[in-house]
Design a protein around this ligand. Structure first.
Ligand SMILES: [Zn+2]
Ligand SMILES: [Zn+2]
Length: 552
């Protein structure tokens, strides 16, 4: 029996977020990335979603290392939670490790962190990993060529092929073609933009648009972008210097990212180009650029607070120009649109993608994907970092290039993909899914809690309180109804007193037949729910609170 290489995605399949990929050969496991995902609308109160790592915990002794492709949250965000349960060495490039350190410090976690460079080879058991540089919307991104006794797997990580990147470092075409010549068994490819025609524009193109906008602006310029998009921030600084403006930085994550990137040399600007936010008042409006968080309309971010007039230092005034140098992540469109509206109301000129090309994607479009496939000619491909529509678009693209449909595997989280030197197929599945993080609770919010939160948010809550004497089978006090988020109490007195009457009758009746608390509570809940639904078509959460009368 020939040896097999297993690939088990624990996240990142059929979704954009919580990327985590397990490679297993015999009793050795190497994990690539451990990211988080931001919650969906109906996940009330949930802060993050992280991958379920049961499979790794069951195979803890086999896990040798976690490799990181780059410093985005959807690739490193779950590490504070993962490392608590699975303390293994983490490998990443300098900026990735720098950003991770901040995160781990916040969680008081000590981890073994190992810096690698693009071009470096790392041997871990039977795995030989080659890190190769790729372009993406954060510097110091890498892909990994994973050489195993079964064959080589190319794990692209998030990438694009930018011929004119801001830092001059292009995707490592040389290594990719060399690997292609040596033979690639499988490729896990970023499929985020597999549906987009042509090529993704160069990051540098945004700089040209900035130049145009900066040249025309008469007042302050405020640029909102992802805090991790260091090349974008670099271009803001560069353009600001050209137009003799100074840059102030607003927002916790933006300040931290600018700090780390400057310290590690990924962001460079003359000292004189930087200004503290407290010193802005001493500058004329046409000498100011503010770089801020809030490009996704996040309610507590710098820009959102400026737009709402609740920022302690900066108010939007007519003459301001605000640039959204980003596109909304799916699900954030409404939030962003609301902020754009408030900014416009306050008199700012707002420029966003669509009005001008103030953003480019960090992911490869179809022609870039084709180029990569032609350079490497993998036998099998697994599109990842995409929803099913993106995975399907990738499969179509490969078939256009002459690949057989069976060469592109459709893989879901938890699937076990088995590679042999000449085959690849899904052979089974393991536990995988989402763990919800709410505050300091990890995994304690499950489906039941979420359903409660959905019900509370949709129809409110009604507390029914009564004191009963179970041995005398009598209601001593109440029932009283208190409701929140259900109806406006002052205008619904009739409804509520009718409800009280109903509960009273039901409770008296129930006391004749039952004395156990569960039966009594149910005797209140069911008729009340039916009554309220009949009258209002709403289903508030009903909480009966019954007390035993004090008999002495
Ligand atoms: Zn990324
Ligand atoms: Zn990503």
């Amino acid at each position: 029996m020939s040896d097999k290489l297993l690939l088990v995605p624990l996240g990142g399949m059929g979704e954009i977020g919580k990327n985590m990929f397990v490679y297993q050969y015999r009793d050795e496991i190497v994990v690539i990335d451990a990211g988080l995902k931001f919650p969906e609308d109906e996940m009330f109160g949930v802060d993050y979603v992280i991958p379920n790592i049961t499979y790794l915990l069951e195979n803890q002794a086999k896990v040798k290392a976690i490799f990181l492709t780059h410093g985005h949250e959807d690739h490193i965000g779950a590490l504070p939670y993962v490392l608590k349960q699975l303390p293994v060495p983490v490998y990443g490039t300098r900026l990735t490790i720098g950003l991770l350190k901040i995160k781990l410090d916040e969680h008081n976690i000590n981890a073994v962190l190992k810096e690698v460079k693009a071009g470096e080879e790392v041997k871990i058991g039977s795995f030989q990993l080659t890190c190769f540089h790729v372009n993406h919307s954060i510097p110091d991104s890498i892909g990994l060529a994973i050489k195993t006794p079964v064959g080589t797997i190319l794990h692209t990580g998030d990438f694009k092929l930018d011929q004119t990147p801001v830092d001059g470092k292009v995707t490592d075409y040389f290594t990719l073609t060399r690997l292609g010549n040596e033979g690639v068994l499988g490729m896990l490819s970023d499929a985020t933009n597999a549906h987009r025609l042509g090529y993704t524009k160069s990051e540098r193109d945004v700089g040209k648009v900035f130049e145009d906008i900066f040249g025309k602006a008469k007042g302050r310029l405020i640029v909102a972008s992802f805090a991790s998009n260091i090349h974008r921030i670099q271009q803001v600084f560069d353009t600001a210097v050209r137009f003799r403006r100074k840059v102030a930085v607003v927002g916790r994550s933006m300040i931290k990212n600018v700090e780390v990137a400057t310290e590690l040399g990924y962001l460079t600007y003359p000292d004189s180009a930087y200004v503290e936010i407290e010193e802005l008042d001493s500058l004329a409006a046409d000498r100011i650029v503010i770089v801020s968080t809030g490009s996704q309309g996040e309610p507590l971010s710098g820009l959102t607070r400026m737009a709402a007039g609740s920022h302690p230092r900066i108010n939007i005034v007519p003459g301001d120009t605000v640039i959204f140098s980003s596109t909304p992540v799916p699900g954030n469109e409404k939030l962003v649109s609301k902020v754009i509206d408030s900014l416009s109301k306050a008199g700012a000129r707002v420029i966003y993608q669509g009005i001008a090309d103030v953003h480019v994607s960090g992911h490869a479009s179809r022609e870039e994907l084709k180029l990569l496939i032609n350079m490497t000619r993998p036998k099998f491909m697994v599109p990842c970092h995409g929803e099913y529509q993106h995975q399907a678009a990738f499969s179509d693209l490969a078939q256009l290039m002459g690949y057989d449909a069976s060469a592109v595997l459709s893989v879901e989280n938890g699937h076990v993909v088995e590679f042999t030197p000449d085959s690849a197929r899904v052979v089974g599945s393991v536990t995988a899914g989402s763990v919800l993080v709410d505050g300091i609770g990890v995994g304690d919010v499950g489906n039941v809690v979420l359903r409660d939160r959905q019900q509370l948010a949709a129809d409110g809550v009604m507390v029914v309180a009564a004191t009963v004497d179970r041995s005398a089978r009598k209601v001593i006090a109440g029932p009283d109804i208190i409701s929140r988020g259900f109806v406006y109490v002052k205008e619904s007195e009739d409804l509520l007193s009718q409800a009280e009457l109903n509960v009273s009758v039901a409770l008296h009746k129930a006391l004749q037949d039952h004395t156990d608390w569960v039966a009594l509570r149910n005797a209140i809940r069911e008729p009340l729910a039916n009554f309220l639904y009949e009258k209002t078509r709403r289903r508030p959460m009903i909480l009966p609170v019954l007390l035993e009368a004090n008999r002495n």
